[in-house]
Structures are given as C-alpha cells and as structure tokens.
Design a protein around this ligand. Structure first.
Ligand SMILES: O=C1O[C@H](COP(=O)(O)O)[C@@H](O)[C@H](O)[C@H]1O
Length: 248
C-alpha cells in the first residue's frame, strides 16, 4: 500500500442524479482547464460512470469553451483488449468524446496495444515518461493536472483491486493486473496516480453506495483510501450512491 501519510483534503459534492454529476464535473473540469497555464493534462477513467460527462464535454457549451488544442489525455487504466473491443476504456472515451471534440490526435495517449498486458504496461510507462520529460516523478511538477477515477462496487478504483500486489508498487508507474473476473488490465499505480494535482471521483448509482461509505469511513481494504495526490480529492456523488452515508 501507499504510505498512510498526512490527511488529504476531500471535498464531496452531493448531487441528485448522474446527469447533475456530469454537469457539475464538466463545469469544474472546464474551470480547472481554463485556469491551467500551458498543457492541460487529463487522465481519464473508464467504465460506464463517466460516459455522460464525456458526452457533455463534446457538446455545447463545453465543446467550444474547452481548451482542446492544449489538452492531453491519458487513461488511469485499461482493459487488455483491442481498442475496438466494447470493453475498451479507450473506445468508450473515443466514442463519447474524442471523436467529437477537436482534440489534436497527437494529444491522445491511449495505453498502447502490445503482445501482453505486461508489455503494454511497460510501453505505457515509457509513453508517460516521454511526455513528462523524465523517468523520475516530482510532486512539485505533477504528471496530471486532473485524474478522473471511478469506484467499483467491489471497492476497486481504476484497475487497482483490493488486495492486489500492484497496490504495493512504490516505483513503477504502471502494472499489469488481473481483475477478479480474470480479465487482464493495465493499471496506473499509486506513484503515478498520486502525481496528480487533483483527483476527482465520479460515483453514481445505488450499487456504489456501500463502497462509497467504506471509502468515507477510511476502510483500509479500499485502494482509494490510500491516495495522496499533490492537491485535493473531489467526489461528485449522486443521491443513490450517497444513501449509505447517512448511517455513518
Ligand atoms: O473496470 C473499471 O471499473 C471502474 C468503475 O467502472 P464503472 O463502470 O462502475 O464506472 C472504472 O473506473 C475503471 O476505469 C474501469 O476499468
């Protein structure tokens, strides 16, 4: 696990439904992107939860207002499947956002295709280091301006699952992991995720309420409990996901 370290500022926005979550997250992302000088480096989450956010960013008013030409996108994790596979996190972002927004193609940095998940993880770390300009991360100059993350009902975030040995990785920025469903994946590890200026979780739906309550209780089995980014952690949460918080 990452170090327990000093407490990190967590701010939760409780919203009515997934559409409100997407709208508030889009407004916040736009404000952060416009307030960032030079390249705006965004690490995307996969799965289903961010779909409405990505669709919103690719539509008015965000499409015209967002500084796409200086935005670079990476992924916090990827399933080890071809980019065209319906399970691909790249494909979800491409279909909802990247094919619709005027983002220069050289600013899109998917987890590379490779012969194995391990080779993909190594190639992805190389791509990240090339972009960052160093193989050594410094918190004074974070790799990502914003990292988006989701929370699985089983408590995973990105492709870091409770109990996985990748949680103990202190040096490498990426890892090849196998999820509980047997699917191989490429995950960013704590060294990379923590090298974010800000982390934002999008958490919607009743099926996430137990995991969210565990996170807010500081459950030590949850990978998200150990995140220590350079700045804040923001949680955009809908009412269904928040329902178990009342019992805390
Ligand atoms: O497998 C994954 O799961 C999480 C959560 O996905 P969701 O569909 O419940 O939103 C996601 O954040 C991650 O990127 C993805 O690979």
């Amino acid at each position: 696990m990452s170090g327990a370290g000093a407490a990190v500022a967590r701010q939760m926005l409780r919203l009515s439904n997934p559409e409100d979550v997407a709208e508030q997250a889009a407004q916040w992302l736009l404000a952060v992107a416009l307030g960032t000088e030079g390249p705006f480096v965004l690490c995307l989450s996969g799965g289903e939860t961010p779909r409405p956010l990505y669709q919103r960013l690719a539509a008015p008013p965000y499409r015209a207002a967002f500084p796409w030409e200086r935005t670079h996108v990476f992924w916090g994790d990827e399933r080890f499947v071809p980019h065209d596979d319906p399970r691909s996190n790249f494909r979800m972002a491409r279909d909802t956002l990247l094919s619709r927004a005027p983002l220069p193609s050289q600013n899109i940095h998917p987890v590379p295709s490779a012969a194995s998940a391990r080779a993909a993880a190594i190639a992805y770390q190389r791509e990240l280091a090339l972009f960052y300009g160093s193989e050594i991360l410094t918190r004074a100059r974070p790799l990502f301006d914003v990292t988006l993350l989701g929370l699985g009902a089983d408590g995973h975030m990105g492709s870091l699952f409770p109990g996985d040995e990748a949680l103990c990785q202190r040096e490498g920025w990426t890892a090849a992991v196998v999820g509980p469903d047997g699917l191989e994946r490429v995950a960013l590890t704590y060294p990379a995720l923590d090298n974010s200026r800000r982390i934002a979780f999008l958490v919607t739906g009743a099926q996430k309420s137990a995991a969210l309550a565990r996170l807010m209780r500081g459950d030590r089995a949850l990978p998200a409990t150990y995140l220590r980014p350079a700045g804040e952690i923001r949680l955009f949460v809908d009412a269904a996901a928040a329902q178990e918080l009342e019992t805390l």
